[in-house]
Design a protein around this ligand. Structure first.
Ligand SMILES: [Zn+2]
Length: 160
């Protein structure tokens, strides 16, 4: 494949490129980043792009913005193969391969209504990540499991 054919979305000057997103997960990543379309900065989204490493992948380029640690943690849960590249002056200055956090605090809800984290506002919902593929988390309070579809449901607000 020649280079001309490969570049579907223009390079960005400054911002973040999230590459190798699991195909079909770009919209969930946009939700995590709270991108609604009302922002002033430019965002490019490529869904089902061809990939050398994967069969298909999604790519998101967000100009003039870096990701918070919480955003990176959530992205790793739903798309562990993604890479987060920080771009400055059209060059990648930092490339981060995602790793699963051991613990996820304050980002997801427990599925058990009787769990203390759903009753007591002082009990921050906290999960231990116990398996990566398939994803499995365990509530530190009541041991209820959360799976990948539960995490996607909480991010997208709809059944997968
Ligand atoms: Zn719980």
């Amino acid at each position: 494949m020649n280079e001309k054919k490969e570049i579907l979305v223009a390079k960005i000057e400054n911002g973040t490129v999230i590459d190798h997103i699991t195909a079909g997960r770009a919209l969930a990543v946009l939700k995590i980043l709270n991108i609604t379309g009302k922002e002033k900065n430019r965002v490019s989204i490529l869904i089902n792009a061809d990939s050398k490493k994967m069969i298909k992948k999604d790519i998101i380029k967000v100009e003039e913005r870096e990701l918070s640690a919480d955003e990176v943690s959530l992205i790793s849960l739903i798309s562990l193969d993604a890479t987060v590249n920080i771009v400055k002056g059209y060059e990648i200055v930092k490339k981060t391969k995602l790793t699963l956090p051991k613990r996820v605090k304050g980002l997801l809800r427990c599925n058990s209504h009787t769990c203390i984290s759903n009753q007591d506002p002082e009990a921050t919902p906290t999960f231990n990540v116990i398996e990566s593929k398939p994803l499995k988390l365990s509530c530190v309070y009541c041991r209820t499991y959360l799976y990948e579809e539960d995490v996607l449901y909480q991010i997208l607000g709809e059944k997968q």
